[in-house]
Design a protein around this ligand. Structure first.
Ligand code: AGP
Length: 614
């Protein structure tokens, strides 16, 4: 979702800002802009579409800003008003002396706008952000001090925001603040870099300070002063960012998504390392801070997440209920936060998020925390806002995921659930020892099996090509792979825009079967195990309605050849572990269909990598 960069220092600022924005591109955006402090005034440059358009625009004005060393920039994902140049950030007050970039949503902007218009402010855009520019400018007239103006304005703003503000009266100064949206300040020698996410600044510094909610930082090339909402001076910890700039390279792959799919064997290895030593030794999960006595008595868990993370959560439910006998509810965060949810200090609440910044999940976590629940966070970003709320933090170490479509972070989340479920089962003694050992043995074999799938993609590519002309796609599965069907369908929808739906196969005959005819592909995730025969029967029912049947299977059963027009075979795997092996071909089918259709695989339309608005 939107991205912010800012710079105060000695380097030519425009390149730094646009380079920084490029590092945030993967989050998804539809317009971009920068504001730079020049000798006599602040100059603003904006464009719609990709950053290359902004670069083109800047080429026409190089002489105006090449000496400038202070500025702020933004990529926008439209929420209020269409993606137009006028709605792109930065936004200004009436006289243009004050500029603002903003991530998040100002919830009371309509009320603010009415009030500001009464006071003579003229709005040019349809954005919520413009209200902030006018409000801070009015406060500046009273306070005659930019930091104080920002502080006073934030008292009247409701909602989520990360803000960077500049004023023409200040030669080399940016004032920043945040509430419920991430913002960090990178610290260099004689320079500071401001960003909503690490990749924008990591090329310049590994030292950074994460702002807490309501803190305000006033930044000049040689100083940073931090205050809280009452104006009291603050000291904030400086952290060393565990990041390498090389992480954002495609390493020879055509798209980040394909690279990330191919990284999955290593993601599994990383997650097992230090946690699972052998089949006979207990799982080590030092990250779980609930003491063992509490864990033994635990009888209720809630898991909250969105999108792909929600699908990982659904498999987590299956594993924890089966291995530990603990009741688990799974709910989309966006639903959880708008009803009276029953949770208390006896409930373990697990938040799952690749980005650790998803606004709905963050709000849900905060609600549960306020009711006394122990919060366990499974995330790929140990430096995220959600991680900061965690009582127990289980980082999944997938490395940065650039493609908007989550792949390796999903596998990493699943690994976290396997380890967590086994760990809890061992603490509770709830699972037969031989089953524990066989699951562990299978876990250790997973990387080679994923490598086998990735080494033989010809059938998958053929399948993708064969069905790429379809308008609709159905995925069916049962049991532990029902969420795999949902995830396969989500991947296809996201990057190819084909209408794909996942169903629990037993539900087909309760409605969806009406849609089946000889134009409809139905992909059955037919993994051997307790539910195999049932799913086979459901597939027969679909075949009887002339659907174009596809099997994704680890079975060598000959009779499948009559039932399915296309069969994708994967290595044999124990049923519990089958979601990991089954999802890889589904990721690849989605990838190859989108690639074949010429879609923007890594940055699909309308989507953002980190959804920081509710
Ligand atoms: C996954 O491919 C999607 N981009 C999306 O559904 C995503 O999983 C969802 O927005 C949740 O994000 P999170 O894991 O960062 O919280």
């Amino acid at each position: 979702m939107c991205g912010i960069v800012g710079y105060v220092g000695f380097r030519s600022v425009a390149d730094i800002l646009v380079d920084g924005l490029e590092q945030l591109e993967y989050r998804g955006y539809d317009s971009a802009g920068i504001a730079v402090k020049c000798d006599s005034d602040i100059k603003i440059y904006k464009s719609i579409g990709k950053l290359k358009n902004l670069r083109e625009e800047l080429k026409n004005h190089v002489g105006e800003f090449e000496k400038s060393t202070t500025g702020i920039g933004h990529i926008r994902w439209a929420t209020h008003g269409a993606p137009t140049v006028i709605n792109a950030h930065p936004h200004t007050c009436n006289c243009g002396n004050l500029v603002v970039v903003h991530n998040g949503i100002i919830e009371n902007y309509k009320e603010l706008k009415i009030e500001l218009e009464k006071q003579g402010c003229k709005f040019k855009s349809q954005t919520d952000t413009e209200a902030v520019a006018h409000l801070v400018a009015l406060k500046y007239k009273q306070a005659k001090n930019l930091t104080e103006a920002v502080r006073l304005a934030t008292k009247e703003i409701q909602g989520a925001y990360a803000l960077c503000v500049m004023h023409n009266d200040y030669k080399n100064t940016v004032v920043v603040t945040k509430r419920n949206a991430p913002l960090l300040v990178g610290i260099g020698e004689g320079e500071f870099l401001i960003a909503s996410d690490v990749p924008a600044i990591i090329k310049y510094t590994k030292k950074a300070m994460y702002l807490n909610d309501n803190q305000i930082a006033t930044i000049t090339p040689n100083s940073m002063k931090l205050i809280d909402k009452d104006g009291i001076e603050q000291v904030q910890k400086i952290e060393v960012l565990p990041w390498e700039p090389v992480a954002l390279s495609k390493m020879g792959y055509k798209h980040f998504m394909l690279k990330e799919i191919h990284e999955q064997p290593d993601v599994v290895r990383n997650n097992l390392s230090g946690k699972l030593h052998s089949a006979t030794e207990p799982v080590v999960l030092n990250e779980v801070k609930l003491d063992k006595e509490t864990l033994k008595k635990l009888n209720r868990i809630q898991i909250i997440a969105c999108g792909t993370s929600l699908h990982a959560a659904m498999i987590g439910k299956y594993l924890i209920e089966t291995f530990c006998g603990i009741a688990v509810d799974v709910e989309a965060s966006s639903e959880y936060i708008y009803r009276r949810t029953v949770t208390d200090e006896n409930t373990l609440v697990i938040g799952v998020s690749q980005s650790g910044e998803t606004a709905d999940t963050l709000t849900a976590i905060k609600q549960a925390k306020a009711r006394g629940s122990h919060i366990l966070i499974i995330t790929n970003r140990p430096d995220s806002s959600m991680a900061r709320e965690a009582d127990s933090l289980v980082p999944v170490n997938a490395g940065i995921e650039v493609s908007v479509a989550a792949t390796k972070s999903y596998i990493a989340q699943l690994m976290a659930f396997y380890l967590l479920a086994l760990y809890m089962a061992e603490v509770k003694g709830s699972l037969d020892n031989s089953l524990v050992q066989s699951v562990k043995n299978e876990l250790m074999l997973l990387p080679q099996k994923i490598e086998q799938v990735l080494a033989n993609t010809e059938d998958i590519q053929k399948c993708a090509r064969k069905y790429s002309g379809t308008k609709d796609f159905i995925y069916v599965a049962r049991g532990i792979n029902f969420p795999t069907a949902l995830e396969g369908a989500l991947k296809l929808k996201e990057i190819s825009y084909i209408n794909a739906t996942g169903y629990a196969a037993g539900e087909l005959k309760h409605g969806p079967i009406a849609m089946l005819d000889d134009t409809m592909p139905v992909l059955s995730i037919l993994m051997k195990g307790s539910i195999y025969e049932k799913l086979l029967s459901n597939s027969e029912e679909a075949k009887a309605r002339n659907a174009r049947m596809i099997a994704l299977t680890n079975s060598t059963d000959e009779k499948l050849n009559d039932l399915f027009e296309t069969i994708i075979r994967v290595p044999d795997v124990q049923e519990f572990l089958s979601p990991i092996i089954a999802v890889i071909p589904l990721q690849l089918i989605a990838y190859y269909i989108a690639e074949f259709l010429g879609k923007d695989v890594d940055q699909p339309r309308n989507l953002a990598k980190s959804v920081t608005v509710e």
